[in-house]
Ligand binder design. Structure first.
Ligand code: UDP
Ligand code: MG
Length: 339
């Protein structure tokens, strides 16, 4: 199989307004880095705007562009997985479609990879332009909490913008889980990984596709995917509560022997409500893990592809778990669905 030197993988959700400039800037950056020997893989993650028709048009004019249309919105991490499955490059650049991550950094990232003999060069955000204080604060807090609870050291302030070697990508693709927190999974894979500081730009057009709800879900995927610490919370809480109950018992006995038994609805209610809150929290946490266990046990495909435009050279599992045998993808010519 012919392997391009570089694949640029870009998940897109409602990014029609960014695609042309994205294509131009990524193509220019890739050409500077590796000449003509590259491919760009765009994944349309069930966009509701014109992203797919724009991608089809771009791919008809550029033989180095492959556009993949997923059957519906599968979410950023699964759309990215689809692109990573289908790309075939020796090096792989993951980048967002909104041009917040400048493609022009590719040359420097490749240089760092060569100099440091690294398998992964991950971009670390020094500054984030044009994002709300709320987004920056929650992101900063999230990465720090994650760092405390997880067993895998996941780099702080790092998104999915990164350059990877083929062996690191193949290792990543061998992880079959459904709840995918890719930046953590890459960290888990190991090999030599080096940071690459950069300033994050503003979105070129459109608005963030990561509202609070999706961010919270990603955060839960991250924590549950990389740590079982929340499950141990119940044991820690029980030790503390047992100590507190003992003190309370002494206090009650003391009052009884002093001749002034403790009375009070307020204190009883307080204890009951505090304990219920703790119990509900613990149950909720168990539910999070149990739910994920259930979803994983169904072993559904990670994503489904509806159409592909452009020449796919890669190898796809078409969304079936990497553990299962994957059919060879051999599409000689552009396959286009209803245009
Ligand atoms: N994205 C996607 N599917 C989704 C949400 C987002 O493919 O359901 C893509 C989006 O098009 C972009 C990347 O994921 O290329 C990051 O999303 P966004 O820029 O909205 O997130 P932010 O940078 O605001 O965290
Ligand atoms: Mg963005």
């Amino acid at each position: 199989m012919h392997r391009p030197a570089l694949s640029v993988v870009i998940p897109c959700f409602n990014e029609a307004a960014c695609l042309e400039l994205l294509h131009a800037r990524v193509s220019a950056a890739a050409r500077t880095a590796v000449g003509d020997n590259y491919e760009i893989v765009l994944i349309n993650d069930g966009s509701r705007d014109d992203s797919w028709p724009v991608m089809q048009r771009l791919s008809a004019a550029d033989p180095r562009l492959v556009a993949i249309n997923l059957s519906r919105n599968h979410g950023h991490q699964l759309a990215l997985t689809a692109g990573l499955d289908l790309c075939s490059g020796a090096q792989i650049l993951i980048i967002d479609a909104d041009l917040q991550d400048p493609p022009e950094l590719l040359a420097d990232m490749r240089r760092t990879m060569a100099e440091e003999q690294a398998d992964v060069v991950y971009a670390v955000r020094r500054k984030r332009e044009g994002e709300t204080i709320f987004k920056k604060a929650t992101a900063a807090a999230f990465y720090r909490v994650l760092d405390r609870v997880t067993d895998t050291p996941i780099p702080l302030d790092t998104g999915d913008f990164r350059l990877m070697s083929r062996r690191a990508l193949d290792a990543l693709l061998s992880l079959p889980e459904q709840a995918r927190f890719i930046r953590g999974m890459v960290a888990w894979v190991g090999f030599r990984q080096v940071p690459f500081p950069y300033d994050r730009a503003e979105r070129h057009a459109g608005e963030t596709n990561y509202p609070l709800g999706k961010m919270v879900r990603l955060a839960f995927d991250a924590v549950t995917g990389f740590s079982t610490a929340p499950l141990r919370f119940a044991s820690h809480a029980s030790v503390i509560l047992a100590g507190a109950s003992l003190l309370l018992l002494f206090y009650i006995l003391w009052g009884f022997f002093e001749g002034s038994p403790v009375q009070g609805w307020t204190s009883t209610m307080l204890v009951v409500t505090v304990l219920s809150a703790v119990q509900m929290f613990v149950l909720g946490m168990i539910g999070e893990y149990l739910g994920r266990l259930y979803i994983e046990s169904k072993r559904r495909p990670l994503y489904l592809v509806a159409d592909i435009a452009g020449p796919v050279k890669g190898h796809s599992s078409l969304g079936f778990n990497a553990a299962e045998p994957s059919p060879e993808f051999d599409m000689p010519e552009t396959q286009r669905a209803a245009e």
